[in-house]
Design a protein around this ligand. Structure first.
Ligand SMILES: Nc1ncnc2c1ncn2[C@@H]1O[C@H](COP(=O)(O)OP(=O)(O)OP(=O)(O)O)[C@@H](O)[C@H]1O
Length: 244
């Protein structure tokens, strides 16, 4: 189980102190899927980066399976069992895809295993397995390779930041199948940051973050009506602006 307690994070924004996360507390049960959603700029990616150790909270505590990981760096947290797929994946130039997958798995993978991982994210294995990770890969291709690298290992907790971003419809439906499979197996807990209805509909619980704060968290059936209400209000405001 992951438990975040009172996470608060400030950054220096052109000389002034800006609060990006304000007293965030929540948990993710073993095998649970928590979907985090909310408006752009609300703090979702910042929270994910804080959980994996890229950002360091000014206060608060993070526990993974009763282990206090608050002071762990990114590698130490990965070793403790947290896997993370970036919203915008970094490119490890000059490395073939098979090597990245092997490194991510933490053991040597056969070409067949690499191909299975690539197929799971809708990439033609033969075409990509020995391809170099460099600027010639499109954003969507890079995103899918990144997701495959997280799938390469069983984690205690996998965090996917907008896995749908830049991915075509066909690959997206394969990805949904993969998430459904992982969710059904309940071997790994999942945090998925998403704006996509299909992903939100899969959640056990949904958390809405806006302005660095949790606006709502609860079971899918309790939060969905609230989310639809927020959406309607947003549309009303947009329509009013358009009419004015
Ligand atoms: N280092 C920083 N300095 C100043 N502001 C920052 C910094 N990092 C993030 N922000 C701001 O914090 C806010 C939250 O950003 P974040 O990327 O977490 O949002 P998000 O909810 O993931 O948005 P999206 O849905 O667009 O991906 C944004 O307003 C962003 O501009």
């Amino acid at each position: 189980m992951l438990k975040a307690e009172n996470l608060t994070l400030y950054v220096n924004d052109n000389g002034s102190r800006k609060c990006l996360l304000n007293d965030i507390s929540f948990h993710v049960d073993d095998g649970e899927m928590l979907v985090i959603t909310g408006p752009n700029g609300g703090g979702k990616s910042t929270l994910a980066k804080t959980l994996i150790g890229i950002e360091k909270a000014d206060s608060g505590k993070i526990m993974l399976n009763e282990q206090d990981i608050t002071d762990y760096d990114i590698n130490h947290r990965a070793n403790a069992g947290i896997g993370y797929a970036f919203q915008q994946p970094p490119r490890f130039k000059g490395m073939p895809v098979s090597k990245l997958l092997t490194l991510a798995a933490g053991r040597s993978l056969s070409i067949d295993e690499c191909c299975d991982l690539l197929t799971a994210v809708g990439l033609c294995a033969e075409e990509y397995v020995e391809r170099q990770i460099d600027g010639t890969l499109s954003g969507g291709e890079m995103k899918r390779i990144e997701i495959a690298s997280v799938l390469a290992k069983d984690h205690e907790l996998c965090i996917f930041d907008e896995p749908e971003a830049g991915i075509d419809l066909w690959s997206f439906s394969m990805l949904i199948q993969k998430f459904e499979e992982m969710h059904k197996e309940k071997k790994q807990s999942l945090i998925v940051i998403s704006h996509q209805e299909k992903i939100i509909d899969m959640a056990d619980r949904i958390m809405i973050i806006d302005d660095g704060e949790i606006k709502k968290i609860g079971k899918r059936e309790d939060v969905l009506p609230y989310l639809n209400g927020v959406q309607k209000c947003h549309n009303c405001a947009e329509n009013r602006e358009r009419r004015a």
